[in-house]
Design a protein around this ligand. Structure first.
Ligand code: ADP
Ligand code: MG
Length: 565
């Protein structure tokens, strides 16, 4: 028996939001091929109706769905209407081993009656129900409830046309643009014209007009955006704007990290881009730590990725000239630098993280960073989705749905701690600044609670606060975007070239700490200070070269918000 119309099944209705639907539709190309289609709150199930028994059904998981739209066909004589759902499930790769997200679209023709409008309404009803169910099917953990997304959200996408191999714009139009259309996410492209253009744009932007700032470039452009936000008078609110990353550069560490946090199998290049585009369309937002960095010139910068000196910084800057080869530039740079391995003199000190007291066996994962009470891990603290601003006149729009209170990091300025140079003003007229309460002045000695490293000869010092240093460098196996930790690595002088190469090769699988290398030290810290003694060298912040000299840093847990999976 053929059921004429889709029938909601009231027994499946939950909270009045998603009802199960059942319908029978035809193939878009062949009217005689019919499908029975059912929608539950977790899946869209499609089964071909045919006389031959045993046809397998196809089940599409709604966690993989980014959108669905209904429309009339191009032929005005056609009474039928259509709806197409867009899925990006993990599927086996064609050419190599493993799985990656791949695009699958499912299109159906609705021709229940001879009235085109009735058919279109039915197609729209399905499209709406599929979209709703996809939103509700956001991955959820530990019972964290998500707020309902209201579409559309407005996204500013900043593209650096020169990043990576100079193909960021082509990559965007080729891989991301279509996804955003499928997900009905309106966006505005801003193509940067010079260095610091993005920084200026976000410093001056009316942020009430934007629900997210997304960068399509390498890490360098996000560094600009974050610093542009923190330079604003309203930085407290501005830095709450959800930030997204689409890998278009040669150094895509944050994109690789975010992909990793989503517990997806490793992906590179276009697959990584597709994964990040998918996360953008899904619109889940978590929190991200930032690190405040002080340079000798009293300049303060904000960093989301790394502070490096020695080998890593040299490779990053020297490999710029191999930018055209893409992410592999770091491997080339590593090999070149190994040939001219240098030792750097300097002093290093840090404030170690007190490990939480040991809990009974089985209650906490081995080697997992200690939980930070106010800022649970990215996965467990996922608290909201991209939500459009209620209205331009609604003032504190960026704060709604943020369950992470950052006020413990933002306090009134005091005399013994460093603050931004320009005090910020609140509506009540009181000046507040982000205080680096753990840092004394750079000209003062470090507090007694700090550990001073005895060695003075280093091959590298690397402070990193994401899991990946590059697409294929899994530097911190346990790191999360908001674990509240600076993961400090240093390699002391005396390491052989083969041993150093082994470390970097092992890092691809996150196995460098298991190499048993006596020259590699790893500490979890809250703050650190580095004072180079060697007169020449390179220091990088998020892969960008900064002034060479004494530098100190402290973590601000969960200060920013990040679109993640
Ligand atoms: P990559 O990973 O390829 O290095 P980045 O996003 O890190 O890509 O960008 C590299 C550098 O280019 C950064 O220092 C960034 O500030 C700068 N930049 C951004 N936009 C432009 C532009 N339009 N022209 C030149 N440089 C730019
Ligand atoms: Mg870069």
């Amino acid at each position: 028996m053929e059921r004429g119309a889709s029938e909601p099944d009231p027994s499946r209705q939950r909270n009045g939001v998603v009802a199960a639907l059942y319908g029978e539709f035809t193939d878009t190309l062949n009217d005689r091929v019919r499908y029975s289609v059912s929608l539950t709150e977790s899946a869209l199930t499609v089964q071909r109706i045919s006389s031959s028994p045993g046809r397998s059904k196809v089940v599409f998981n709604l966690t993989d769905c980014i959108g669905c739209r209904a429309y009339r066909g191009p032929d005005s004589a056609d009474v039928g209407a259509y709806f197409t759902a867009y899925f990006y499930p993990f599927k086996r790769r064609w050419m190599s081993a493993g799985v990656a997200r791949q695009r699958v679209e499912q299109c159906f023709r609705v021709a229940l009656v001879q009235d085109p409008l009735t058919n279109l309404r039915e197609a729209e009803r399905w499209a709406h129900a599929i979209r709703d169910a996809s939103v509700l099917q956001a991955p959820r953990r530990d019972g964290v409830a998500y707020t309902e997304v209201r579409r559309p959200c407005r996204v500013m996408i900043l593209v650096n046309p020169h990043s990576g191999r100079g193909q960021a714009l082509q990559l965007f139009t080729g891989h991301v643009q279509g996804m955003l259309t499928e997900a009905a996410v309106p966006y505005t492209l801003v193509i940067t014209e010079h260095q610091n253009h993005a920084r200026e744009v976000v410093r001056k932007a009316d942020l009430r007009q934007w629900d997210a700032l997304v960068i399509m470039s390498g890490d360098g452009l996000l560094f600009e955006v974050i610093n542009g936000l923190m330079e604003r008078e309203d930085w407290q609110e501005a830095i709450q704007t959800p930030l997204g990353i689409l890998p278009g550069g040669s150094g895509n560490a944050l994109a690789a990290s975010v992909h990793h946090y989503s517990q997806s199998p490793p992906a590179w290049n276009e697959e990584l881009l597709l994964s990040c585009g998918f996360m953008l369309c899904k619109g889940l937002v978590g929190s991200m730590d930032l690190v405040s960095i002080h340079l000798a010139s009293r300049q303060r910068l904000f960093s989301f990725l790394s502070l490096a000196w020695g080998f890593v910084a040299d490779v990053d800057i020297e490999s710029e000239k191999y930018r055209h080869v893409g992410a592999i530039r770091f491997l080339m740079g590593t090999l070149v630098r190994l040939a001219t391995l240098r030792v750097y003199q300097g002093r290093l000190a840090y404030l170690p993280v007190k490990e939480a007291p040991k809990l009974p066996k089985g209650s906490i994962k081995a080697n997992h960073p200690p939980p930070t009470p106010q800022h649970p891990s990215l996965c467990s603290s996922l608290s909201c989705r991209l939500i459009p601003n209620p209205s331009p006149s609604h003032k504190s729009h960026h704060n709604h749905n943020s369950t992470n209170s950052n006020h413990n990091t933002i306090t009134k300025s005091s005399n013994n701690a460093i603050t931004t140079k320009r005090p910020e003003t609140q509506s009540d007229g009181k000046a507040v600044a982000l205080v680096d309460s753990l840092l004394p002045g750079l000209d003062q000695p470090v507090p007694e609670s700090w550990t001073v490293v005895r060695e003075e000869d280093f091959v590298l010092v690397l402070a990193i606060y994401q899991s990946h240093l590059a697409e294929d460098l899994w530097t911190v196996p346990g790191a999360m975007a908001d674990d509240g930790l600076i993961h400090l690595f240093y390699v002391t002088a005396g390491i052989s070239r083969p041993a150093l190469l082994r470390l970097f090769l092992a890092m691809e699988k996150g196995a460098h700490l298991a190499c048993g290398c006596p020259h590699l030290v790893y500490e979890k810290v809250k703050a650190l200070r580095l004072e180079p003694i060697s007169p020449q060298g390179v220091i990088t912040v998020d892969g960008e070269m900064v002034e060479y000299g004494p530098v100190q840093a402290q973590i601000h847990p969960g200060l920013a918000r990040l679109i993640c999976g």
